[in-house]
Design a protein around this ligand. Sequence first.
Ligand code: ADP
Ligand code: MG
Length: 447
Amino acid sequence: MYGVPPFEGHDPSRWEQFTRSLQASVPASMWQRWLSKLEPEISPRRVTLVAPSEFHLNLVKERYGELLAATNAECFGPETELILVSLAQPLETIDNSVTEVEVRPENVSTMLYKRYRFDQFVLGDSNFFAYGAAMAVANQPGIAYNPLFIFGGAGLGKTHLLHAIGNHSRETKRATTVCYVTSEKFLNDFIDAIRRRRVDDFKARYRSTDVFLLDDVQFFEGKEQILEEFFHTFNDLHQMGRQLVITSDRHPRNLATVEDRLRSRFQSGLVTDIQPPALETRMAILQLHADLGPKLVSTDVLEYIAATVSENVRELEGALIKVTAFAAMTSRPLDLEMAKEVLGELAMGRKKAIEAFDIMRATAESFGYTVIDVQGKSRRQPLVSCRQIAMFLCRELTDLSLPKIGRAFGGRDHATVIHSVNKVKQEIRSGGDVSERVESLSKALRK
Ligand code: ADP
Ligand code: MG
């Protein structure tokens, strides 16, 4: 089918082709973190990839299983078997079957959003740990980490991950009953149960689930009665080996009015946070959404949105919708100009960030780079000069503080900014290329 001759022995060029093809198919950071860490063991008609840990293995299998299988067929031929193992685990083939769990009647409505799935969740350094933990839990409810506690700011994907756990564990039949509930609904149900003298029903309902997903537990703060009730729900579920996953906007230790006994239970499994996504991840999230939409959105528009709306993924999606809706309604081309106009309001509140963005963009362009390159980690020349010049211009043309400039440049510290500014100053003093370039960029930017 692929026209690749059967693979009979060791041929390094095939392995090279395999890695090159994989590398081209995933974002650089994901390659670095996950795929490049797989060690090959190649024998005739069998390629075994060894992951450094079970956690690593599961993530790679779920996330890149299909890609690995397709790349394997393409490079080594369709008859070659691909096996994924971890250092800590016995042999397991890629499409291992699942043990069915005992079927119980479903008496808690699941309320899962179908859209919130693992494969619709963009991975980045800011969220990979929470994602990996969520996936481990979805694959082995009640066994992997119990409870799993995920905390982080608004709009960073906590609810998305809860639903993804629910959807995945149900679809793979690792759990029969899954209950997703917001803390607010749990409280309302409880109040309702008391009012109708049906507390036993309430208890039975919430204790009959394999996977219990409680969203935004900070809502319980200061509400003693529900905290007491939840403490018992938690204990009962936990003792029965059922999986609990809890989210919150802060670490359990910062849930001020929650009693120690509950706080320590929250921390008895795995506590993991989600951080705001970096620019590269924001771009990937926007790209995912843009690809689902009817119209092509150009990279510079996506870059502008990603750089303007900094932290909250929900706002990021909102901004993209706003821009595409405006383009559709006015039948105007969806270009950078328009994006700036439409998001003006948002931009106003973050004027400084935009100025830094404009500087980065103009400077990057003059060197043939992108903003992502400038914010990235690479220290090759002339990218380093480009970055230093952009930092210098930020210092000159905006009133951003040194730490803020550092942050705009992919989270560098203020000492790096000082160093860059001084370096460029020196170069300007000695005349030549740099001073000309700075002069013309500065003129263009002030226009
Ligand atoms: P939270 O519960 O942390 O406030 P949500 O899970 O509701 O955040 O996420 C807000 C929106 O952003 C949702 O539409 C969600 O699908 C999306 N989102 C968040 N993080 C990601 C991500 N890493 N990849 C794709 N979409 C994301
Ligand atoms: Mg939420």
